[in-house]
Design a protein around this ligand. Structure first.
Ligand code: TXA
Ligand code: MG
Length: 326
């Protein structure tokens, strides 16, 4: 079992950076979700990340950097990348760009693709860790492939405790939903995954983003129907819960009669709801109920990312372990 250290404890960041530099795995908090970090330039460490998550090797990892200068050492930077990174980094935005010919990142981390997703996370612990490590850090969300993402250190310990060398605990993640992934490697910028940064804010700088499902939009290897799934079956509905069903509610007008209820935001605030989403799903999964009914959330701002995750959690599950979930 990996050990846990409070990120604020003296020496904790140095210890975590040392583990990364020696090829170990460190789960660390970012403003979105906890990541399962490895030195992105170390093939063996990156391979351990895929193994720990049971993640298929064709699904690339996001590489975390401290700032624009560090990103520019990895990928072909563009004017659009500069504008977006200046405005939104550090923050919940991952940019997919062509790898530089001498990019030091492990080919496995990028799943052999000619592009790489880079992001500068906002959390103070994540930034201190990146600075101290002095290398790009590959980090998918620290959950087994296909399962609910972790927004607290306990979630990581429960699901991947044996696979990590250290969990840095910095409390609950402020944003609570993964980064928005935008592909800047093609003709038109494309939204590959809605996330913590609302697409509208990006479009204010880039103009309309191509969307998943548009004919020319590249598909992200990680965006498949069933994903982010709790162990219990989940359906989306606004009516009364059925007998034995737990209710994941939103806003002041939740139906009554649920055996167990978690309200993502009693006041109806999507930002608060995003921050609570994954912890509520982890909780309800352990509630002893037979299923979960989730109320729909209005699809504006980060509400769109919440509905994306709920729809994927509600999608039919593959019968065997799926090959392509992250
Ligand atoms: O907020 C986040 O992004 C968190 C924290 C830890 O930073 N990380 C995260 O990583 O959500 P992960 O591995 O769970 O999701 C990464 C997504 C996947 O859908 C993957 O397919 C996509 O990014 N991705 C990574 N590299 C890509 C590339 N070169 N082209 C297209 N999609 C890519
Ligand atoms: Mg993930």
């Amino acid at each position: 079992m990996g050990s846990v250290r409070q990120a604020s404890e003296p020496g904790a960041i140095a210890e975590a950076a040392g583990i990364l530099r020696r090829g170990g795995l460190v789960a660390f908090p970012t403003e979105t979700v906890y990541g399962l970090g490895a030195d992105a330039t170390d093939d063996r460490a990156v391979a351990r990340v895929f193994a720990a998550k049971n993640r298929p090797e064709f699904n690339p990892l996001i590489v975390h950097v401290l700032d624009i200068a560090a990103a520019r050492r990895l990928v072909e930077w563009t004017g659009e990348a500069q504008a977006l990174a200046e405005r939104f980094w550090p923050g919940p935005l991952s940019l997919v760009l062509p790898r530089l010919p001498d990019c030091p990142v492990s080919g496995l981390a990028g799943a052999g693709l000619p592009t790489l997703a880079v992001r500068a996370p906002r959390g103070a612990a994540a930034r201190a860790l990146l600075e101290r490590t002095g290398r790009p850090v590959a980090a998918p969300s620290a959950n087994p492939a296909g399962a609910v993402s972790p927004t607290r250190a306990e979630h990581v310990l429960d699901a991947l405790g044996d696979a990590v060398d250290l969990v840095l605990d910095d409390g609950p993640c402020a944003v609570g939903i993964e980064s928005t992934v935008v592909d800047l490697s093609g003709e038109t910028p494309a939204l590959l995954r809605p996330g913590g940064l609302p697409a509208e804010e990006i479009e204010a700088l880039t103009g309309p983003l191509a969307r998943p499902g548009d004919p020319d939009t590249p598909r992200s290897p990680g965006q498949i129907a069933s994903h982010y799934a709790p162990a219990l079956p989940l359906r989306i509905g606004s009516g009364a819960p059925e007998s034995g069903e737990a209710l994941l509610s939103f806003g002041p007008d939740a139906p009554s009669g649920a055996a167990v209820e978690r309200n993502l935001s009693p006041s109806g605030d999507p930002v608060e709801a995003a921050a609570n989403l994954f912890a509520a799903l982890h909780d309800l999964d352990r509630s002893g109920c037979t299923g979960i009914v989730a109320m729909p959330v209005p699809e504006t701002g980060v509400g769109r990312a919440i509905m994306d995750r709920l729809c994927r959690a509600a999608a039919p599950r593959p019968l065997v372990d799926p090959p392509d979930r992250n």
